[in-house]
Design a protein around this ligand. Sequence first.
Ligand SMILES: Nc1nc2c(c(=O)[nH]1)N[C@H]1C(S)=C(S)[C@@H](COP(=O)(O)O)O[C@H]1N2
Ligand SMILES: [Mo]
Length: 406
Amino acid sequence: MERRNFVKKVVLGSMATIIGADIVFGSTMLEGYQPLALQDPDPFKMFNKDKQMEVLNDKPWNIEAKAHLLDEKITSNNYMFIRNNGLVPDAIDSNEWTLTIDGESAKELKTYTLAELQTKFPQYTYQLTLECGGNGRSEFDPPAKGNQWTVGAVSCAKWTGVRLRDILEDVGIKDSAVYIGYHAVDAHLSRDPKKEPISRGAPIAKALQDETLVAFKMNGQDIPLVHGYPLRLVAGGWPASVSGKWVNRISVRDKVHDGTKMTGTAYRVPCEPVAPGEKVKDEDMCIIESMPVKSLITYPKSGAIIKKGNKLNIRGHAWAGELEVTKMEYSIDFGATWIAVSVEKPVNRLAWQHFDATIDFPKKGYYEVWSRATDSQGYSQPMLVPGWNPKGYLNNACHRIAVKVE
Ligand SMILES: Nc1nc2c(c(=O)[nH]1)N[C@H]1C(S)=C(S)[C@@H](COP(=O)(O)O)O[C@H]1N2
Ligand SMILES: [Mo]
């Protein structure tokens, strides 16, 4: 007879977290048994998300916010979008967690426990904008395959951790270093242990920036499991796919990292504009780096109705990848004329910025309020969906809400 083991304590612990209650007789559960509550899970409960969030996919879990849910200046967990390429790990023991630095351009191979990272290096907290490269994909025509994100695959939470730079300096990096690549513990959808669902990275210059963190806290608490507990790379302003969740290894590479989803059409766009639907050769595709300038009206919710004579207060956020937003405007006449409003400075580099405005509508009827941000290099959001690309990345068109004056 095959020997059966009881379920391990850590596994029980993470199951309890997901279910949201203690599994009272859990110690008598056999290893590998799937509690019913996990067989038909409620994603809102399981991930602590607001019920108004939109589930785009359950295998893997992909959940997006809506513009009005992102009204907070610091995104809280219940409104933070989820983008997974593989399966959420379910048996994490943070006491056993280690981060290994390796790669052709690391002077040595070094492994740190979480406690070592936390005590050896100074800790920093930054608010960092993380936007999925595919945010806005649903508007491309011809349509692009993938999660049909509308506007809600963006967040700006407060991340606390140590600088990747400090770790890399402790290990020592060779002059040949050009890129870093992360590896994480989430399993591929096929559960094939030889396959990684995603393993991306960034040029060494981005890795060495002050704000590039190896984080263990989000908004002052342990990172929620689905967002990368217990350790996450956070590289604000770049496609959020660079910010590896559940990271246990970072390789210092002497070439552009060639992990899963670094090649082909993944997170890459034609280096030069192409006609919609055109086939693009591999060598004509370029890796997405800093995200383009964009804004979001988070109040009111699209469809707002106001009384004639009342002014409407609007507000929202704007961000521009590595750059700052230097100008913010809105239009109520479909982009024919624009009115400038002030935009706050970011709390730190790579954090989104806030704007508000008071709008006086001339008469009763239907209006749209469009928002347009401009970055410090003078680039503005386009009014229409910009440059078509095979996977539908980088749609930074003006955000629009509908308003009726009665
Ligand atoms: N290990 C791991 N890291 C990952 C991913 C993933 O599937 N696995 N998805 C990436 C992508 S494509 C995005 S957009 C962000 C989403 O982060 P969030 O789910 O915390 O919002 O995580 C990135 N980091
Ligand atoms: Mo993404």
